[in-house]
Design a protein around this ligand. Structure first.
Ligand SMILES: *Cc1c(COP(=O)(O)O)cnc(C)c1O
Length: 217
């Protein structure tokens, strides 16, 4: 089932859109099944779960941290994580830089914007980001590389609402782009329920879990 679902999604995605297979709560055997189809990018939302799956699974997997990350958990994933999607505060970014330095590496990150009307979701607003990136302290963070933006739309059947929110994120990306190098090229938006809309709004990276692996408990 996993292979069939995964192949169907891959067939639908335009070439410029990267698929993150969201394997949170799912066992290693499910991840291996997806791995056998050639999928190498997996996303998790808990630092410890991510670290133990990294230990147990093939080393050519690229692990993405997609969920809310607490500062005291950064150390568990800093040695190996490929991309951290949910950076939502300057403090967290500084902590990631510190742990990256300890591990003698540079960690790629995305800035999470709060685009939903739901208050339960995390993220910066554009004033906060502008203030952060114009500070000298930000310029000195040499062990992180900001690759783009990430956001989650409101959980609603109102497609117009979802489209508006994704369009907002796209605008944040366009506004920030001149402040970074050409490596700033990722717009992470779209999950099982809304990835088609996200792609039509300019997504370059979709995070899909339940459509591939089935419902989570
Ligand atoms: C769980 C999760 C997803 C995947 O959600 P599905 O609806 O299962 O596709 C995507 N992004 C984030 C941040 C998540 O926590």
């Amino acid at each position: 089932m996993i292979k069939k679902q995964l192949n169907e999604i891959k067939d639908q995605l335009p070439e410029h859109v990267t698929l993150v297979a969201v394997s949170k709560t799912k066992p290693a055997s499910d991840i291996l099944e997806a791995y056998e189809t050639g999928q190498r990018i997996f996303g998790e939302n808990r630092a410890q779960e991510l670290a133990s799956k990294y230990e147990a699974l093939p080393k050519d997997i690229e692990w993405h941290m997609i969920g809310h990350l607490q500062r005291n958990k950064v150390k568990y994933i800093a040695p190996f994580v490929t991309l951290i999607h949910g950076v939502d505060s300057f403090k967290l970014l500084k902590e990631i830089n510190k742990e990256a330095k300890k591990n003698e590496r540079c960690i790629d990150v995305l800035l999470q914007f709060h685009i939903a009307i739901e208050s339960s979701k995390f993220g910066f607003d554009s004033n906060e980001v502008n203030e952060m990136i114009s500070s000298p302290e930000f310029q000195n963070l040499s062990n992180i590389r900001v690759r783009g933006v990430m956001g989650m739309a409101t959980f609603t059947s109102d497609q117009r609402q979802v489209r508006e929110e994704f369009t907002d994120l796209r605008k944040h990306f366009e506004q920030l782009k001149p402040s970074f190098t050409t490596d700033f090229n990722v717009i992470s938006m779209g999950m099982s329920g809304d990835y088609e809309i996200a792609i039509s709004c300019g997504s370059t990276m979709v995070r899909i879990g339940s459509t591939i692996f089935g419902k989570r408990d």
